[in-house]
Design a protein around this ligand. Structure first.
Ligand SMILES: O=C([C@H](O)CO)[C@H](O)[C@H](O)COP(=O)(O)O
Length: 210
């Protein structure tokens, strides 16, 4: 089980400082959608250059032009790029095919997909690397989470790795771990804590205990 740190509400210097603090506890660093909106793919490039041994995920949430946008993210140094599950199969297939050219990986974000079971089966057949259930900020704000959706994709996804994101904190982590995803994505559960190193270390320890 791997741990991905999501960086959403920082600029490039802030991202570098944060990664430096928790680097030893994480496997993947995510350059979040708000960071890409504010800073562009330069944020991906600078983090990859500063932390070459970390896997860098560009959370582009691609909805169209999958091949072109994956190509640009790969040029910036992204190892994994996100595409939306709500996008057309052609977009996802184009993203996968482009990623294969440069040995990159595609994560499909199932945010706001209504029929998770049907769509996850379709997407799994397209050869993506990860399928991620995700409750975004707007639905976290009204108390939703993706714990039940994680059980669903664990049951139906046969090829891709499965991941979960959205509001995961130390006190809700155990029920996520119990479902045995391949990857757990944590943003505010680390970045929003007073002692970020302690939060990352605690999360890593719990994951290691399984
Ligand atoms: O993808 C995300 C969100 O849509 C904002 O871009 C976050 O990275 C993801 O939700 C993880 O962050 P937390 O919910 O703060 O754990």
């Amino acid at each position: 089980m791997k741990l991905q740190l999501a960086l959403d509400l920082v600029d490039i210097p802030g991202a570098k400082a944060l990664v430096k603090e928790v680097e030893s506890f994480i496997d993947i660093v995510e350059i979040g959608t708000p960071v890409v909106i504010n800073e562009g793919l330069r944020a991906v490039k600078e983090i990859k250059e500063a932390f070459p041994s970390l896997t860098v995920l560009a959370d582009l949430k691609i909805m169209d032009a999958g091949d072109y946008e994956v190509m640009k993210a790969a040029e910036a140094g992204a190892d994994i790029i996100t595409v939306l599950g709500a996008s057309n199969d052609r977009t996802i297939a184009g993203a996968v095919s482009e990623a294969r050219k440069t040995n990159r990986q595609i994560m499909v974000d199932m945010i706001n997909v209504q029929d998770i079971e049907t769509r996850a089966k379709e997407i799994d057949a397209l050869g993506v690397d990860y399928i991620c259930v995700h409750t975004g900020y707007d639905l976290q704000a009204v108390g939703q989470n993706s714990f039940a959706d994680l059980q669903t994709i664990k049951r139906v996804v046969k090829h891709a790795k499965v991941a979960i994101a959205g509001g995961i904190k130390l006190n809700t982590l155990q029920q996520v771990i119990d479902a045995k995803p391949d990857l757990i994505i944590v943003g505010g559960g680390i970045t929003g804590q007073e002692d970020r190193r302690a939060a990352a270390s605690g999360i890593r320890e719990l994951i290691a205990q399984g």
